[in-house]
Ligand binder design. Structure first.
Ligand code: ATP
Ligand code: MG
Length: 436
């Protein structure tokens, strides 16, 4: 088959047979967000390019290499969002939400776009569940946000995930640390990869995150940020650890976590797996106390995280996490002939009004082909409507699994009859397989 255009590299379709898995994940993340009283925020898929340049940071890989940026017909530079935080904070500032009760607790489930080398768990269009807690400076907020992420992973049934945390300090303590890093890495100028060489001046902390074998080896003995934290940052980090410990949340401190986006301050964290190859970070986040000001708003200490939903799904499939079954049609109504077709549509309408799902034939197929279809879609009951049924006002409802047959009235009394005769069996089957 030669299509006019196939899908763009690095994008994925959620097909009708698979989309229930996405619906399930979305349902779970929404319900956990609700338990923590986070409300949904929806922002546009594109924003002015400056938002990400300023918000995410000019020196980051995301802004330098990965953004989908284009000029629109009005000659404005537009970018498809590479992440959700900048847009969410822009929106919160623009609508003055900080004048209401603080903190503002928002979550999103959204598509993101990054020009990356596609591979398992790394796409050009991917989806994130993210939360932002804006206007909360206490370390309690850090612990709560981390616990929210953990709850989502647990609720999805994902196992063997480790939580790694670090503090990357505030601009003051980081300035000293950056100097120390520059001094350290300068000694290895001849060995660092090209990217890291350019990071040396602009953002030496990112060298710690380099995936190249040589750079990560060099980074092993680099100075550690935790030795450079100012008193306030140190105290904040200690409290976060204490709160997590008292809530029985296991974690390890990994001083190498620096995160890819420039806006982070103090606490940063990642939920990591080794089970889906190199793309081990399923959920990552941290504090970004300076971002609101950076974007032109007031000072609003904030934090959040983003969870890669494709990675979560990959992991769930790999680990055999249970997904509730997709919904299937309750009743397939098979018409025999033109007159029956009109009756079938009417009966379908009634079935749906009674709160069940109904399917009928759209292709003028014979009975055998129709029953084959009903079987294929997994319909729970079937009912044949022909001249005899119309004449007698009665039809047979067949349980497709057990073969049991029940007579129902199909005249004006159809709804009542349907409800009375098969309420128990249909309802119990529906409850067994209900998705929501
Ligand atoms: P990575 O280490 O994979 O490059 P990152 O540091 O760029 O991740 P963030 O910007 O913090 O990631 O995004 C948060 C989460 O979004 C990641 O932990 C990951 O689960 C997911 N994610 C990021 N980039 C992609 C991508 N290209 N494809 C699929 N998921 C992604
Ligand atoms: Mg990345």
């Amino acid at each position: 088959m030669k299509l006019v255009a196939d899908a763009i590299k690095g994008t994925q379709d959620a097909l009708p047979k698979e989309s229930y898995k996405w619906q399930y994940i979305e349902k779970v993340v929404k319900s956990v967000a609700q338990e923590f009283d986070f409300k949904e925020i929806r922002t546009p898929v594109f924003e002015k390019t400056e938002l990400f340049q300023r918000g995410v940071g000019d020196t980051t890989d995301v802004v330098q290499k990965e953004m989908y940026t284009f000029e629109d017909k009005g000659k404005r530079s537009i970018t498809l969002r590479p992440e959700g935080t900048a847009g969410a904070i822009r929106s919160i500032l623009e609508h003055g939400l900080f004048n209401d009760a603080l903190p503002i607790k928002a979550y999103y489930i959204t598509s993101c776009y990054r020009y990356e080398k596609p591979q398992a768990g790394r796409l050009r269009e991917f989806h994130q569940f993210g939360v932002e807690c804006v206007g909360a400076k206490s370390p309690v907020a850090d612990a709560e946000v981390i616990m929210l992420g953990k709850s989502v992973l647990e609720r999805l049934g994902i196992k063997n995930i480790s939580l790694e945390i670090n503090s990357i300090g505030c601009p003051e303590c980081r300035a000293k640390y950056t100097e120390a890093l520059k001094e350290y890495f300068s000694k290895y100028k001849n060995d660092l990869c090209e990217t890291c060489l350019s990071r040396l001046e602009r953002n030496p902390m990112r060298i710690l995150d380099c995936k190249s074998h040589i750079c990560s080896k060099i980074a092993q003995d680099a100075p550690v940020i935790l030795d450079y934290l100012c008193d306030e940052c140190k105290e904040h980090f200690e409290k976060v650890k204490n709160y997590l410990t008292s809530a029985n949340v296991e974690f390890t401190v990994n001083p190498k976590i620096v995160r890819g986006l420039d806006y982070y301050t103090k606490t940063v964290f990642e939920f990591i797996t080794t089970e889906i190859g190199a793309q081990g970070a399923v959920c990552a986040g941290g504090r970004y106390d300076g971002l609101a000001e950076e974007l032109g708003g007031p000072s609003l200490p904030s934090l959040g995280f983003a969870m890669g939903l494709e990675r979560a799904l990959l992991l769930m499939e790999k680990q055999g996490c249970p997904f509730p079954q997709d919904s299937v049609a309750d009743i397939y109504i098979a018409p025999m002939g033109e007159m029956a077709q009109a009756t079938a549509i009417k009966l379908c309408k009634t079935v749906r009004e009674e709160g069940f799902s109904a399917v009928t034939d759209y292709s003028g197929r014979g009975l055998k082909a129709q029953m084959k279809y009903a079987n294929k879609i997994g319909a729970k009951f079937s009912m044949v409507i022909g001249d005899n049924e119309i004449e007698s006002g009665k039809a047979t409802l067949k349980n497709m699994l057990s073969g049991e047959e029940i007579e129902v009235e199909i005249g004006n009394n159809f709804a009542n009859s349907l409800y009375k005769v098969c309420k128990d069996s249909i309802l119990s089957e529906i409850e067994n397989t209900a998705l929501f």
